[in-house]
Design a protein around this ligand. Structure first.
Ligand SMILES: Cc1cc2nc3c(=O)[nH]c(=O)nc-3n(C[C@H](O)[C@H](O)[C@H](O)COP(=O)(O)OP(=O)(O)OC[C@H]3O[C@@H](n4cnc5c(N)ncnc54)[C@H](O)[C@@H]3O)c2cc1C
Length: 469
């Protein structure tokens, strides 16, 4: 990289804003999937939207590809640099700019960690309901770019549903201020949607206005065991109809995954003993301080009487609520511990989840010999995470495992990515979940908004011109 090129970037960003040489530590090319092969030559750390605009305009002029980084917790290798790219890290753009408690809105810079936003809302007796295991490290910009889902989609929706407005910088440095602050605003195209879920390929998100909600006054969590999938479905229907919108999470863990969590995640304790087929975390958040706990307990009692569950414990304190959620959050860590293995984040109709373990184990084992499967996730959203691991002393047959799993997902009309995005890891399979016309429209948008292909090239689509997948 030319010295005068870096000098110009230093002029824009100042000394703190440009890292090169030894200062570019492994944290800038490591994500939960491991350390990438490419150590970037430079990391740009803008402190304002104006600086982002200037550096992108400069990179655009020089046709210099960039990759955008938030907290680097993404699970599809989208934020790791590839050859020839420099990093733009939003880590210095981490301020909460405004909270409007009456209207329930918060405006933040894109590098702000999710947990900081949650805590800011909490301090005003409000809630920013997006929640996921990586809350302490992931950024609002990364949440928006991947349209993150998480644990409370059943009640509040995905990041898209929590976003009022966005400010973004386009590939040529143009700042698009679409920081709408209204719930209702039908004035032409809803431009923020171009950036939400597009994984940094259409623009770099710099600020966002997000929705806040009244903080629920009660929170009760149960951890249950069930012996059949039909019983789990009956339980979900029962809890949904009894609790309505107060049902805030319904998370299911398959037996093998529960075993792995208890074995591999430090500090978690089994809320209910091993020995069942499914484990379910159910959460209610309501507003009736006097009656909610009793209502929840009555619903669970009915579920026990009707054999939907065979065992259950109910939280009696905040510490127990946290302990139950630690088991659920431990799923990501237990699955990560299976590496080398192949991870999936799929959407399915709930009916197809009944046979997932049997069908996939049969198909994978007939092709590959002994394979272990770990399954669990946001059942009520139709979203499961799974990890497949071929055992034995051999390299992981990644492509074969992916082909077999995604072929089945295609057969049952599922989606190859429910909430993690496509990144670089899943792009070869994108055509399995999107039609040719949808892919062509995506290509048209990318070409129109980033004709030089400098923004996150190769994420979602292959970098080759006119080639998707
Ligand atoms: C333990 C654990 C649990 C998780 N649980 C969930 C879960 O339940 N639900 C879920 O959806 N995800 C989950 N994830 C995945 C991950 O946390 C989310 O995808 C998160 O939203 C990524 O945020 P980030 O700031 O780390 O983004 P990064 O990893 O830094 O980036 C992700 C993508 O967004 C792009 N990007 C980042 N910032 C910007 C920006 N400002 N403008 C434009 N593009 C940008 C990057 O280039 C990259 O393509 C989990 C991850 C872990 C490690």
């Amino acid at each position: 990289m030319q010295t005068d090129f870096l000098d110009k970037l230093r002029d824009i960003l100042g000394e703190k804003g440009l890292l090169t040489g030894q200062d570019v530590h492994a944290g800038y090319h490591t994500d939960p999937r491991g350390t990438g092969d490419v150590r970037p030559e430079a990391v740009l750390r803008p402190a304002s939207t104006s600086q982002v605009s200037q550096i992108i305009a400069f990179c655009h002029e020089a046709s210099q590809p960039v990759v955008v980084q938030g907290g680097l917790t993404g699970l599809v290798a989208g934020a790791r640099p590839e050859h020839g790219e420099i990093v733009i890290s939003l880590e210095r753009m981490n301020k909460i700019e405004e909270i409007d408690t009456k209207a329930g809105k918060i405006t933040v810079q894109a590098g702000t960690p999710l947990q900081v936003v949650q805590e800011a809302a909490d301090a005003h007796d409000l809630v920013y309901p997006l929640d996921l295991g990586a809350r302490g490290s992931c950024s609002i910009g990364g949440n928006l770019a991947t349209n993150a889902g998480g644990n409370r989609v059943i009640r509040y929706g995905m990041t898209r549903d929590l976003t009022l407005g966005i400010e973004a910088v386009l590939a040529d440095g143009t700042i698009v201020n679409s920081l709408n602050r209204h719930i209702k605003n039908n004035t032409g195209y809803d431009l923020k949607q171009l950036f939400i879920g597009s994984e940094g390929t259409l623009g770099l998100i710099t600020r966002a206005t997000l929705r806040l909600f009244p903080k629920p006054k009660t929170q009760v969590v149960a951890f249950c065991a069930a012996d059949t999938f039909d019983a789990v479905l009956d339980l979900m229907t029962h809890m949904r109809s009894a609790l309505g919108s107060d049902l805030s999470a319904f998370e299911v863990i398959w037996a093998k995954t529960y075993e792995a969590i208890l074995a591999d995640v430090a500090g978690v304790k089994a809320p209910v003993p091993l020995g069942h087929a499914f484990y379910v975390l159910i959460e209610m958040m309501g507003s009736d301080v006097v009656n909610d706990s009793e209502k929840f307990e009555t619903c669970l009692g009915e579920a026990l009487e009707k054999d939907m569950i065979v065992d259950a414990v109910l939280s009696r304190s905040t510490a127990e609520i946290d302990a139950f959620w630690d088991v659920r959050d431990g799923m990501a860590y237990a699955m990560g511990k299976q590496q080398p293995a192949v991870g999936f984040d799929i959407s399915l109709s709930i009916a197809d989840m009944k046979t997932i373990e049997e069908v996939l184990l049969t198909r994978l084992q007939s092709a590959l010999g002994e394979v272990r499967l770990f399954i669990g996730g946001h059942l009520a959203d139709g979203n499961l995470h799974l990890v497949a691991k071929a055992t034995g002393d051999r390299p992981q047959p990644r492509d074969q495992i992916q082909d077999i799993v995604y072929e089945w997902v295609g057969e049952v009309g599922g989606s190859i990515s429910a909430e993690h995005g496509i990144g670089t890891l899943k792009r070869a399979y994108l055509r399995q979940s999107r039609s040719a016309t949808e892919l062509a429209l995506m290509r048209t948008l990318k070409q129109a908004m980033d004709p030089k292909n400098i923004l996150n090239p190769g994420r979602v689509f292959s970098s080759q011109a006119n080639h998707l997948g």
